[in-house]
Design a protein around this ligand. Structure first.
Ligand code: FES
Length: 199
């Protein structure tokens, strides 16, 4: 009931090399930190010609882990490569980040606006502003993956995320007894379970 031990950081893991984003495609998929957690790199210099990308971390100060990232900056030769979770924070549909469409009303990733539009219920995330919600029912921004870049090799590493990828939007009981994150509260905690003295 009192076990609050756990990791305070994520593994550092090579997710791609900059050559994987060669050619005209601005998106590259990978899994992090677990093999069933899809994410994607987006190179804004190819998506909408943005270089030296940086945005305020919308989750800054919300979580004990990785709360040092007040800003998130693009990596790579143009400082334009960022990464996000590929799971919609509304009800968990996988996002069609590979679909480039010229129509902002169609699901997919719009190259001119950098808006990623979920096909399930219409949530819209503006990637070049840190995944902020600009439409639909998503209760919070799209989580970003924190990257590091080795300019001697071109390797791109994931070193953390700025928020849980997926959670319910509203706690079922109350914030102090619910493991799930809600954007109205400052984080979550491991609940006690009086029925299990060892767990
Ligand atoms: Fe994406 Fe509902 S799961 S909008």
């Amino acid at each position: 009931a009192s076990n609050k031990q756990g990791l305070e950081g994520f593994p550092k893991f090579k997710v791609a090399n900059v050559s994987d984003l060669s050619g005209s495609c601005p998106v590259y998929f990978f899994a992090y930190p677990l093999t069933n957690e899809p994410c994607f790199l987006v190179d804004f210099s190819k998506l909408n010609n943005e270089k030296d990308v940086s945005f305020d971390n919308p989750y800054y100060g919300k979580f004990r882990i990785n709360q040092s990232f007040k800003e998130i900056s693009g990596v790579g030769p143009n400082n334009s490569i960022c990464a996000f979770s590929d799971v919609c924070v509304h009800l968990g549909c996988q996002l069609p980040a590979q679909v480039l469409t010229s129509s902002p009303s169609n699901p997919g990733l719009n190259p001119s606006t950098s808006i990623l539009h979920c096909p399930c219920h219409g949530s819209m995330y503006k990637l070049d502003e840190g995944g902020l919600v600009v439409g639909g029912p998503a209760p919070r921004p799209l989580p970003a993956v924190i990257l590091e870049y080795d300019d001697s090799t071109g390797d791109i590493y994931a070193v953390g995320t700025n928020a849980p990828y997926f959670s319910e939007a509203v706690p079922r009981i109350n914030p102090s007894s619910n493991l799930l994150y809600d954007p109205r509260y400052n984080g979550y905690s491991v609940p006690s379970n009086p029925a299990c003295i060892k767990g």
